[in-house]
Ligand binder design. Sequence first.
Ligand code: EQ3
Length: 319
Amino acid sequence: MTYSIESARNIFSSTQVADAVPATTAMFAKLNIDDQLAFLWYAYAELGRTITPAAPGKANLQLMEGIFNDIKQMSHEEQTQLMRDLASNADTPISRSYAYFGVNAKLGFWWQLGEWMKEGIVAPMPAGYQMSTQVKTVLEAVQRIDQSQQITVLRNTVVNMGFDPSLADSKQAEVINFKFPRTSLSPQFTIEGVTEPTVLKYIEAMNADNFEAAVALFANNGALQPPFQKPIVGREAITAYLRDEGQGLVMKPTKGVSETIEDGYTQHKITGTVETPWFGGNVGMNIAWRFLLDPQGQIYFVAIDLLASPKELLNLTRK
Ligand code: EQ3
């Protein structure tokens, strides 16, 4: 049997992923725009009772200085309109610029607005605001899921904002990507049950933000499937994706299983935790990597899954 990316997606098919994330994100998407903004404010404030994201660093925020200066000059009405435009994917100059922010830059943009909302520099939630029943329902749904799933929902909502760049007639060449300098040496790890060098090298490279080295481990037509997304195919596309989304992640794989399948292919499932630079060790996301290596030991496919529960960390069954 030769594999296709489509068939590779089914390896270790008993893996239980956190379905509550797309379900809650879909509930959010049905809210009207003002309810969406209100929901995010309250969800963020609620999360802030236990953890808050780290400040993204001056150098990163400076990349958006021009836009921030414009926003500070605006009236509260204009600022509110700007937030509505972003949430409704309207075609405005700032909404277009936002589309070319990398994921972390988008999060950093809202982080800054959130700080300024607290200080009253950016229009805060109106005094006496009454939550609609729809907002309450989505908030309750978010309260039922664990913290790593909550931050993933928040992240999804922010990623989907702004003017869709595929609709833009002119393309801006450069995406604004944040960098998170590593404060300590790459974490040491051993994966109980897995010694496959390609897998170990992948984790090592990712823990050093060495995306070129990580991507060199892929086959030419290899693919990486991020949580809740379709596979990203080919080295160039994977490199661009990792430069945007892989920065500063700390991967702590702990257990795994390896198996030789047909025609010299091998499959490996590894579980462990991943920390984002925004929340550091305060939020360990339960993750599985499902690797399919070709007979040359190159990565033909790897899926990264956000697991449904910590119990899933122990699920290393092969089917
Ligand atoms: C201002 C406020 C509050 C109100 C306003 O009305 C609207 C908005 C939007 C507001 C602001 C909200 C803010 C500031 C939200 C911030 C949320 C943050 C910082 C969320 C961060 C989440 C990060 C996550 C979930 C990262 C996950 C990364 C993973 C799972 C990476 C996995 C990977 C692995 C393990 C690989 O091996 C390959 C790469 C890959 C990236 C897939």
